[in-house]
Write a protein of this length. Structure first.
Ligand code: SAJ
Length: 432
C-alpha cells in the first residue's frame, strides 16, 4: 500500500517539495512556475556555470528573466544546485534533461543518469515524472527499472508518469502556464497523481490513457512540423525553378480556414528538437519493427540540405552580378535557429557559414541575441548597421528577429538573399 498519504491526496492547496533535474529551456520555466504557485523547488543541473548563474539571480535562457530568477531565490523556495545530495527529500521529481542523438541513435544517457540520481533518494509515496522527449517505452522500460534499483516498486510504493514538454522558446502567445499539458502514468493511480500535480501549475491538463501514447504524441507533434516544413522547403526549391513566388503560394493556401496549416520555407531547421525528435521515432520503428519511417527520413533529408541550398543560391546571386563567392564579403543577418531566441545550437547558420568560408568568402554575422560562445568560428560578429551592410557583397537574412530594423537594408535590396521573407514585397531582394 502506498505510504505518504499527503502525495495521494495531493491538491492545489498543498505545497510540495519538487526537484527538477535539468534547468534549461524546459526545466527552468517549470521550476519558476512551481515556485510561483508555492512549491519548494530544487533545480538540479550538472552544468556548474548554469547553477552559478542561477545562484547569482541570472537566467541562462531567454524565456525566463533575471527578475524571475531573483524573485524565486528571494522567496526562499528555490535553490539551484549541482550537488547530487541536494536531490534528497523531494515529493515530486521531474526529469527534464536533454535527449540528443549520437550518430542518429537516441542517447538516453542523461535520462539514465538522472533516473539513477532520483532512485538513490526515492521514498514511498514519491512521484517521478519524465518530461524529456523520447521514444515510446522509455519511461516504462528504461526509467522504471532504474528507479526500482533499491527495492521500491513503481506503481505500488511510488508513482511514475510522463508529461512531454511543449515549451516554445520566443513564443509570445503560448506560455508554459497557458499551453495544455499532456499527463500520463504507468497506472491509473499514478496518472491521477501526475495530473493532480500539473493542475497546480498549468491552466489545462490533458490526461492521456497510457504513458506510451503520451510519449508518441509528443513525437507526432514535432514530426508533424518537421514533415510539413520539409514539404514547403522542397516546394520552395521547385517554385524557384518554375519562377513562382512560393511565399505568395503559401499565403494564398493559408487563406483556407480548414484543412490547411501554414508552414513557411527557411534556411533549414535548427534547435534541439526538430533535427532530433523525429529521428527518435524513426529509430524506434527501425529498431523494434525493422521498418523505415519514410516520412521522417525524407523530411530529414530535405531539411538537412537546406543550408547547402542557401549556399547554392548565394553562389547564383553573386554570379548574376559577375562576382564570385571567393573573395566576397558576406553578411549573415541572424545566427539563432529561429526568431527571438539566442539559441544557435544546430542552427542552419552554422552550416551556411561553413559552406561559404570553404568557398573563400569572408563572413560577418549580426545577431544581438546569440551568446558569443555560439558564434561559429571564422565569423566576424558585427552589429546590424548601415556600415556593415554597405561593406557586404551579399547580405543573407537567416533569422528574422523582431528587433531587426529591416529599413537598414532598404537601399541595398539588390544584394540581399532573404530566406525568411522579411523584406517588403516588390523590393529588389531575392527570396528563397
Ligand atoms: N521553421 C521553419 N518553417 C516554419 C516553422 C519553423 O523553417 O514554418 C524552422 C524554425 O526556423 C526552426 C525550426 O524550424 O529553425 C524549428 O522551429 P519550431 O518553432 O518548429 O520548433 P522548436 O524546435 O523551436 O520547438 C520548440 C521546442 N522546445 C524547446 O526548444 C524548449 C520543442 O521541444 C517544443 O515541442 C516546441 O517548441 C513546441 O512544442 O512548440
Amino acid at each position: 500500500m502506498l505510504a505518504g498519504p499527503q502525495i495521494d491526496t495531493f491538491s492545489k492547496t498543498h505545497t510540495r517539495k519538487v526537484v527538477i533535474l535539468g534547468q534549461g529551456y524546459v526545466g527552468l520555466p517549470v521550476a519558476m512556475r512551481a515556485v510561483e504557485v508555492g512549491h519548494v523547488v530544487t533545480g538540479f543541473d550538472v552544468d556548474i556555470q548554469k547553477v552559478d548563474q542561477l545562484r547569482r539571480g541570472h537566467s541562462p535562457i531567454d524565456d525566463v528573466t533575471d527578475t524571475e530568477v531573483a524573485a524565486a531565490l528571494q522567496s526562499g523556495r528555490y535553490r539551484a544546485t549541482d550537488d547530487v545530495d541536494d536531490i534528497a527529500g523531494f515529493d515530486v521529481a521531474i526529469i527534464s534533461v536533454p535527449t540528443p542523438l549520437r550518430e542518429r541513435i537516441p542517447d538516453l544517457s542523461y535520462v539514465e543518469y538522472a533516473a539513477d540520481l532520483v532512485a538513490r533518494h526515492l521514498k514511498p509515496g514519491n512521484c517521478v515524472i519524465l518530461e524529456s522527449t523520447t521514444y515510446p517505452g522509455t519511461t516504462q522500460d528504461i526509467v522504471v527499472p532504474r528507479l526500482e534499483a533499491y527495492g521500491l516498486r513503481a506503481g505500488t510504493d511510488f508513482h511514475v508518469g510522463y508529461s512531454p514538454e511543449r515549451i516554445d522558446p520566443g513564443n509570445q502567445t503560448w506560455s508554459f502556464v497557458t499551453t495544455p499539458k499532456l499527463t500520463s502514468g504507468i497506472s491509473k493511480r499514478c496518472a491521477e497523481v501526475v495530473d493532480d500535480f500539473y493542475t497546480t501549475l498549468v491552466d489545462t491538463t490533458v490526461p492521456v490513457p497510457t504513458v506510451r501514447a503520451a510519449e508518441m504524441a509528443k513525437l507526432l507533434e514535432n514530426t508533424f512540423r518537421h514533415v510539413n516544413i520539409a514539404l514547403v522547403n522542397e516546394l520552395a526549391m521547385y517554385a524557384h525553378e518554375l519562377n513562382i513566388d512560393v511565399w505568395s503560394v503559401v499565403d494564398a493556401a493559408a487563406s483556407k480556414p480548414f484543412g490547411f496549416m501554414a508552414f513557411r520555407p527557411g534556411p533549414g531547421v535548427g534547435g534541439h528538437c526538430l533535427p532530433i525528435d523525429p529521428s527518435y521515432l524513426s529509430w524506434q520503428v527501425k529498431n523494434s519493427l525493422g521498418r523505415a519511417f519514410r516520412f521522417v527520413e525524407l523530411a530529414n533529408d530535405v531539411n538537412d540540405h537546406m543550408p547547402e541550398y542557401v549556399v547554392r543560391r548565394s553562389i547564383e546571386h553573386l554570379n548574376n552580378r559577375r562576382l564570385s563567392v571567393n573573395g566576397s564579403r558576406i553578411l549573415l543577418v541572424g545566427l539563432a535557429y529561429k526568431p527571438d531566441t539566442g539559441d544557435a545550437r544546430q542552427a542552419p547558420a552554422g552550416e551556411i557559414v561553413e559552406g561559404l568560408v570553404r568557398l573563400g568568402a569572408t563572413v560577418a554575422a549580426a545577431d544581438p541575441h546569440v551568446d558569443l560562445r555560439y558564434v561559429p568560428k571564422h565569423v566576424h560578429h558585427v552589429a546590424f548597421c548601415e556600415e556593415e551592410v554597405a561593406l557586404a557583397d551579399l547580405i543573407i537574412v537567416v533569422t528574422n528577429h523582431s528587433c531587426f530594423d529591416w529599413t537598414v537594408l532598404s537601399d541595398h535590396c539588390a544584394r540581399v538573399l532573404d530566406t525568411r521573407n522579411c523584406l517588403p514585397v516588390g523590393c529588389a531582394a531575392e527570396r528563397l
